[in-house]
Design a protein around this ligand. Structure first.
Ligand SMILES: [Fe+2]
Ligand SMILES: [Fe+2]
Length: 303
């Protein structure tokens, strides 16, 4: 509401420079009833705020739709990259779509809601420091973050089975029509690399992926066997090769900020109730990606 006189220019953002923030969250896991109120509490601070959702909203299509609809009603733009949980084919899901078909179905759902997906043009967010393109990526993993001391995917997987640390993806995330999840990952990496290479290098990128583009963030996992479900070595130099402002990811359920070759990486997960009950939400629910907050450095807890 403006109370200025009719002939006085209304206060507000400079045209073309929204006064909003670029925010991010991931791993809402609303299949867990105690996580629903958290999602319901997510609100922008201005009408111009954008929200990145870096995967693991939930498992069932109706839950994913509920959450994304709620968020699109509140934020000026919502940008989604799929997590492994969205790609599962749960028994309770009415349409038993698998793999690529399931992903395409979710992309169509998002488009119906106006949510930006990895299949769309990268939207440009215009902040005071200049424009950045927000690029949601779908890259999956290829078991190259192997258990130390193992030389192949098979050896690494065997060690995980021995340790009893096996990701549920092995049973619910189907790669159809690809022969394996790693083959699907390699195809996604090839296609995504082509798109990023064609992007105007003068416009910095906010790269959004469910998994970190580098392996180092997985070094602090409680169970090192789990790292093989957390990314791919094929993207290890992408933050250097492409003009990257920030890399946003989730999946690890270890919310923090780290720096790799001078590039900021933000893990923005909420996580499971048993996790946030123990540690709280030390970085808040929504992470401010841009503008980079003045006190950001003080809150960072990893290197
Ligand atoms: Fe998750
Ligand atoms: Fe995940």
């Amino acid at each position: 509401m403006s109370h200025t006189a009719p002939d006085t220019p209304a206060p507000g953002p400079t045209p073309g420079r929204p006064d909003g923030r670029l925010l991010a969250v991931s791993d809402l896991h609303i299949g867990m009833p105690d996580n629903r109120p958290i999602t319901e509490s997510l609100r922008p601070t201005s009408d111009d705020d954008w929200l990145i959702v870096a995967g693991d909203v939930g498992e069932l299509t109706k839950d994913i739709e509920w959450a994304l609809r709620l968020l699109t009603d509140r934020f000026a733009k919502v940008i989604w990259a799929p997590g492994n949980h969205e790609l599962w084919t749960p028994r309770e899901e009415p349409r038993q779509l698998r793999g690529e078909q399931r992903y395409r179905h979710l992309v169509e759902l998002c488009r119906g809601l106006g949510v930006v997906t990895p299949e769309d043009e990268y939207p440009v967010w215009r902040g005071a420091q200049g424009p950045v393109a927000v690029a949601p990526l779908f890259l999956l993993y290829d078991y190259t973050f192997r258990v130390p001391g193992t030389a192949t995917k098979e050896e690494s997987l065997a060690r995980a089975h021995e340790a009893g640390i096996v990701c549920t993806d092995e049973y619910l995330l189907h790669p159809d029509p690809y022969p394996s999840r790693d083959a699907w990952c390699r195809a996604r990496v090839r296609e995504t690399e082509r798109r990023l290479a064609a992007h105007d290098p003068s416009v910095p990128l906010v790269l959004v992926n469910h998994y970190p583009l580098v392996r180092e963030p997985t070094d602090v996992l409680w169970h090192p066997e789990f790292a093989q479900w957390c990314g791919t070595e094929l993207t290890a130099d992408w933050h250097r090769r492409f003009n990257t402002a920030v890399m946003v990811y989730g999946h690890l359920h270890i919310p923090r900020t780290t720096w790799h070759d001078g590039i900021r990486f933000e893990e923005v997960s909420i996580g499971y109730p048993r996790e946030w009950r123990r540690r709280g939400h030390p970085r808040g629910l929504l992470r401010q990606i841009l503008p980079y907050p003045e006190d950001g450095k003080d809150k960072e807890d990893g290197a």
